[in-house]
Design a protein. Sequence first.
Length: 114
Amino acid sequence: MSGAVARLRVKRGTPENDQGHQTFEVPFEEGQSLLDGLRRIRAEQDPSLAIRFACINANACKECIVKLDGKTVYACTTRLIAGEMTVDPLPNKPLIRDLVTDIAPRGDRIQDQA
Ligand code: FES
């Protein structure tokens, strides 16, 4: 192992409680994806980090979409780098928490039974 680290600045919080970016460091390993890094943070540092994914690396579910340094990417097919990366939720979707936004099409949403 090289000893290099990936430094991920990850947006945290909810619409009611914006917590800004929190910085995590994970060991950098060649060939890892951004999603690998985020899952490692959740497994080893902060299980409360909210991320969404399903297929992990097949680019099939389309659930891992985030903003990376301002660009829209699939976290599972974007390579981790040995450096700093800033990760934000999609800005054009309602924020649920951290990196998770409401990406369900309008017709699929469960209606309130008020
Ligand atoms: S986790 Fe399914 S497309 Fe990225």
